[in-house]
Design a protein around this ligand. Structure first.
Ligand code: GLU
Length: 595
């Protein structure tokens, strides 16, 4: 079903780029596009947008100013992120959108996760009896899942938006055509991927002109992507799922455009045009748990985000209340490890395997898991999973099992809110920074390598819920989250970071709710991530006092996550919040700023 475009809004949106460049701009050399300053916190009314990128935030704010709603702004900002953050997001990837609909008070979610081709089998990543090297799977056609992002945008706009796809994509198309200034983060991400980008002719052409990354301060334009957006606007997402862009995607997956001198083993993929045609982005029931009087909604399987954050919150609530920072952090680390043990054992694509979601999120199971936690001593990790079978008695400490851990990857999260009280938390990704490293020739976007989120071999003694399978969606950690207080939105947030997404969202909620921080403080605070492994990964600034004494071991990592969020303040104003520093800092804006 397509909506009739609204003539007035079309007219207003035509002015969006102008509005976009008139706020907070730095002086520009004549003729050059203008550079935009970014701030991590903004408060005011009329709507709010927080993303990792100033251009993407301004696009969303422009849409809100022109009368669009939070869903319109989310799609327009996401499309803009496809331009300015092409290594984290784009039409070649997937994601999960969580939406609070003010008119009904309901929380909805869209599952835009990539799917495996029908030809994929449990052993598709196995050769000669062993898993293929992860590093080889990363840059391959084999790891490319059917993209879910275009369908997510279409479903979101059809159901809840006021714009049609062409209108929502227009600002991003203009941005791709006019360009953006390359910053240090973009340059560093290109350089870090240069070896594999160079192995694909189409990728080298776009991101390594003359064999080198675009320098910091130069203008990066992506006309092919602008054309793809325009085509999608004119012809709809069918152009990808059953049209010429889809044909190019399949041709690229099946026969990646490798350079003549490539030494890397680049495996072709299994995707066909029938796989594209079969793709859907279904609505799923959100996960829902109560936490200290609040209602926390998240993303259900195939993401493990909602179930793992939710289970950990339930465990925290079952533990004795405390205001001691060290005790709160100790509980947070232990609850996270327990929830990760259960996530690894039980969570996968619920359309393909049985996931005991209701039990994982039950208070009885949480109480059983919580009674393992000791007040003054960290448990030895990794912990064994529990048994979410509906029959809960005492503690059942069955010892340790070895569990695979996913490395931190790259993705992006955006949060929007509008004047009517609608809120969107949307995390989207192409999996690793740079995805599969393969640009679809002539189309201007990278393909995802999301199928590397499957376990290549059984990690769970015959019961791995996350092995590859035909049409299956790999387990995700993405955790777009909306928190309601008395049925009204309090805050929304999410983050990139692979499996650390879950701990970043959980820790931010603990900081905000249990340690009394403001949302900007909670997002900025140094992070620690315990994903059921021997040592806690922590940023250098994380205060380990009182935790080492309890037996927690630490390794140090420079940065975890890059969250964004929005909070509805008690006086009715919106507070848009982005990371102040991580990944170069994000961008928060409101429609009408107020002190
Ligand atoms: N592919 C990952 C997931 O779905 C996200 C990657 C990342 O956040 O960097 O969990």
């Amino acid at each position: 079903m397509s909506r009739t475009p609204r003539p007035l809004l079309t007219l207003l949106l035509a002015a969006v780029p102008l509005a976009v460049v008139t706020v907070g701009v730095a002086p520009a050399a004549s003729g050059a596009p203008r550079e935009r300053a970014k701030v991590p916190v903004a408060e005011g009314t009329g709507g709010a947008v927080a993303t990792v990128d100033a251009d993407a935030t301004r696009v969303g704010i422009g849409v809100l100013r022109a009368g669009g709603n939070a869903v319109d702004a989310a799609v327009a900002s996401a499309a803009a992120l496809g331009v300015t953050e092409p290594y984290s997001a784009g039409v070649g990837g997937g994601g999960f959108l969580v939406y609070y609909e003010a008119a009904t008070g309901q929380v909805h979610t869209i599952d835009g996760r990539e799917t495996a081709p029908q030809a994929m089998r449990a052993d598709s990543f196995v050769e000669g009896g062993a898993a293929i090297p992860f590093g080889e799977a990363v840059s391959s056609g084999l790891s490319v899942g059917v993209p879910g992002t275009p369908e997510t945008w279409d479903v979101a706009l059809e159901r809840w938006g006021t714009l049609d796809l062409a209108q929502a994509l227009r600002p991003a198309s203009r941005l791709a055509r006019s360009g953006f200034r390359v910053d240090q983060t973009f340059r560093d991400q290109t350089a870090a991927n240069a070896a594999r980008f160079d192995d694909f002719t189409s990728t080298a052409e776009l991101f390594l002109p003359g064999g080198r990354p675009h320098p910091v301060g130069s203008w990066f334009r992506n006309r092919d992507l602008a054309d793809t957006y325009d085509l999608m606007g004119r012809e709809g997402v069918a152009v990808l799922y059953s049209g010429e862009v889809g044909d190019d995607v399949v041709a690229t997956v099946q026969d990646p455009p490798v350079a003549d001198d490539v030494t890397r083993t680049v495996r072709p993929g299994l995707m066909t045009t029938a796989d594209l045609a079969a793709y859907t982005a279904p609505l799923r029931q959100p996960t829902a748990v109560g936490y200290r009087g609040l209602d926390v909604y998240g993303m259900a399987p195939p993401s493990s985000g909602g179930s793992t954050v939710g289970e950990a919150l339930n465990i925290l609530e079952a533990l004795p209340a405390t205001t001691s920072r060290a005790q709160v952090e100790h509980h947070y680390l232990e609850a996270s490890a327990l929830a990760f043990a259960d996530r690894n054992r039980y969570v996968g694509d619920a359309d393909a395997v049985d996931v005991p979601l209701a039990e994982l999120l039950s208070d009885g199971f949480a109480a059983e898991r919580a009674c393992l936690v000791r007040p003054d001593q960290a448990l030895a990790k990794p912990l064994a999973p529990g048994v979410p079978d509906g029959s809960y008695g005492g503690c059942d400490d069955t010892g340790a099992v070895g569990l695979a851990q996913a490395p931190g990857q790259s993705t992006t999260h955006l949060t929007t809110a509008d004047a009517d009280g609608n809120v969107v938390a949307y995390t989207l990704t192409i999996e690793q920074t740079g995805g599969a490293g393969i640009v679809v020739p002539g189309r201007g976007f990278l393909l995802n390598n999301e199928l590397t989120d499957f376990n290549f071999t059984d990690t769970q003694g015959g019961a791995d819920p996350n092995l590859p399978g035909p049409g299956k969606r790999p387990r995700s950690s993405m955790a777009p989250t909306i928190v309601l207080a008395d049925g009204e939105p309090l805050l929304a947030l999410g983050s990139p970071g692979g499996a650390t997404i879950i701990t970043t969202v959980l820790q931010t909620l603990v900081n905000r709710v249990d340690l009394g921080m403001s949302l900007p403080e909670a997002l900025a605070a140094p992070r620690a991530s315990q994903r059921n492994s021997a040592a806690v990964q922590a940023e250098p600034g994380f205060d380990r006092t009182g935790l080492q004494e309890r037996g927690h071991a630490f390794t140090t990592t420079a940065e975890i996550g890059a969250a964004t969020g929005v909070e509805l303040l008690p006086d009715g104003r919106l507070q848009a919040v982005a990371e102040p520093t991580r990944r170069g800092g994000g961008s928060a804006m409101v429609v009408t700023a107020s002190p």
